[in-house]
Ligand binder design. Structure first.
Ligand code: GTP
Ligand code: MG
Length: 211
């Protein structure tokens, strides 16, 4: 498996993609995670890539994080990074119901491009500090995460709440996914092996009866 080969000799690289509608705080979350800084202004992203190394569950992880454009006019590269990414953060703002509805669209887009429901995802409701402007309840976020079968966090990039947890959860999702893929192919191998043994059985018998 390509990704497991990457672990030999150096720490594994994880390709993470940050998705979400314009202005929900995607860049702010990444900036807080990487450099403990909070950008006050909204400077619409076209596309930015960040690299950082962290330890998660006592294992090093090189993160390659792609910050994407929320604004529709910058989304030409979407299919490419949807294919190349290994894990996705789908973010919305708790102060913006439309961005919450868009989260479902992002999940569908991942499915459309990758043709599998198994892609590692974490759902994030950002701007949790803006309680007086809340339009999406915590329960609604949890419910959507249950639907996606993925971890969920309400974050505040402004106060650096649950920022590290989001990235750690996504790397764990990817690691778990890899274990399941390996186990799945071992099981498939065993099934094929036993089918092959059964198919070969009559030949063994014929050979034995000759002696
Ligand atoms: N109060 C508060 N403001 C936030 C938070 N996160 C981001 N913001 C503000 O929201 C605005 C947009 O943040 P960005 O990080 O630029 O949003 P984005 O999702 O990257 O936007 P695009 O690049 O256009 O897709 C900025 O003014 C941020 O300061 C947060 O957790 N709390
Ligand atoms: Mg941005």
């Amino acid at each position: 498996m390509e990704s497991l080969r990457g672990t030999v000799g150096h720490s594994r690289e994880y390709k993470l993609v940050m998705l979400g509608e314009g202005g929900v705080g995607k860049s702010a979350i990444i900036m807080q995670f990487i450099s403990h800084r909070f950008p006050e202004d909204h400077d619409p992203t076209i596309e930015d890539a960040y690299k950082t190394q962290i330890r998660i569950d006592d294992e090093p992880a090189n993160l390659d994080i792609l910050d994407t454009a929320g604004q529709a006019e910058f989304t030409a590269m979407r299919d490419q990074y949807m294919r190349a990414g290994e894990g996705f953060i789908i973010s919305y703002s708790i102060t913006d119901r439309r961005s919450f509805q868009e989260a479902r669209q992002f999940k569908q887009l991942i499915y459309r491009v990758r043709r599998t429901i198994d892609t590692p995802v974490v759902l994030v409701g950002n701007k949790s500090d803006l309680v007086h402007l809340r339009q999406v309840s915590v329960e609604e976020g949890k419910q959507l995460a249950r639907e996606f079968r993925c971890p969920f966090f309400e974050t505040s990039a402004a106060f650096r709440y649950y920022i590290d947890e989001v990235f750690a959860a996504l790397v764990r999702q990817i690691r778990q996914h890899e274990v399941e893929m390996v186990q799945g192919s071992v099981r498939k191998g065993r099934r094929n092996h036993s089918l092959w043994s059964r198919l070969k059985a009559p030949f063994h018998k014929t050979q034995k009866s000759k002696h």
